[in-house]
Design a protein around this ligand. Sequence first.
Ligand SMILES: [Zn+2]
Length: 271
Amino acid sequence: MPELPEVEMVVRGLCPDVIGRTFTNAVINWERQIAPLSVKAFSERITGQRVEQLSRRGKYVVFTLSSGALLVHLKMTGRLYVSLPDQQDHADRWVRAIVGMDDGRELRFSDLRKFGRLYLVKHAEEVTGNLGPEPLSEAFTLERFQELIGHRKGMIKPLLMNQEFIAGIGNIYADESLWLAGIAPRRGADTLKPGQIEKLYHAIRQVLQQGIENEGASINWYRKPDGSTGSYQERFYVYDRTGQSCPRCGDAIQKTRIAQRGTHFCPSCQV
Ligand SMILES: [Zn+2]
């Protein structure tokens, strides 16, 4: 699933093509993905709306419209891209929504697995209101992280992936930041020492930043809007590297399951 860096790249890639454009119509091929709106209501409400701004909140792409907002969650296999009407794209096979724009081009949403969602709402907060802080924002300071982690119980890895705790971290960047901080993924959040919390804070920001600098991790479905891949998958410390040597201590990286998610870690230098 695309995480913060991948969604950030989708937003950056789309910005020049959609900001200032007005939506002229919408064709929806899979009604469940725009629920609770009907196809008719969605089309009527989006037509005539101008894209004032494009941003990211957690794993959501947020179109700020002249009246209201369109939010897109890519989930497992969602892709957003802009094409000319007669232009073919590999991802068109799974196109679920096409929104026409006043320059004649189309914003397309493709999604093989159909888990992605489009939310057309009055206020973006209706969808993002429960999300935790943005880990790369200035407001997310070490002090704030210390406060948040406070007396949270339970294993640290699922906590990092809890979107109401911090927004934007998924399986890849949770594994990567825990390795960088030298913390075992099963470690109880309330057992972390102040020095480990500080290391984890910096590790989270570092791996997310590295993810953005490498234009995201294309392990399976994620593509930038121009169809190209990111390269962070070539720089993984532990993710998807089961049996290979740990970049820090040389021991073999192991894979286990935590909260139903494949989890990669070094059994020697993550404690
Ligand atoms: Zn190691």
